[in-house]
Unconditional design. Structure first.
Length: 164
């Protein structure tokens, strides 16, 4: 895991060096993530989807944290004009993707999940799947945090000037 104080410091340094373009991509990525995950799971109300089980209080912070972290991870792929990307800077991309997908299962309606419904039935989905969802949310936020730390700390670990 990269969540050492040194990697957190490097990540903070990278965030301070971001320009408007990176922050714009992070904001748009966060909004897109919130909509792509929130609308089909009906955490974000829309006439397109509905839930059989009410949204839980923790669905909102889980979706918000996921959206913010996914936006940050996405923005790390925007190349800064004065730097080239290191060859190993792709560390964490799979963690970010896994974290985003897990959030979809974490905040979704437990009986609307067809896989859980087929495997466990409606009562099993409520009895067994629903209690696991907050744990999935924590895991997904942890994976996205790790992905963001890896991507951000690699931006400042050994910057390569564009003229090299």
């Amino acid at each position: 895991m990269s969540s050492s104080p040194r990697s957190v410091s490097r990540a903070a340094t990278a965030l301070r060096s971001w320009q408007v373009r990176q922050w714009a991509v992070a904001g748009l990525g966060a909004l897109a993530t919130a909509l792509v995950v929130g609308v089909p799971t009906a955490v974000v109300p829309s006439p397109l989807f509905s839930r059989s089980v009410p949204v839980q209080w923790w669905n909102y912070p889980a979706l918000s944290a996921t959206a913010a972290l996914a936006g940050i991870v996405l923005a790390t792929y925007v190349q800064q004009p004065h730097r080239r990307e290191r060859s190993g800077a792709r560390d964490g991309s799979r963690l970010g993707a896994a974290g985003s997908v897990l959030t979809f299962f974490a905040v979704g309606c437990p009986v609307c999940n067809k896989l859980a419904l087929v495997l466990l039935g409606a009562s099993g989905a409520m009895s067994y799947w629903a209690p696991l969802q907050p744990l999935l949310a924590v895991l997904s936020v942890g994976l996205l945090t790790e992905a963001a730390l890896r991507r951000l700390s690699s931006q400042t670990a050994c910057p390569v000037p564009a003229s090299a």
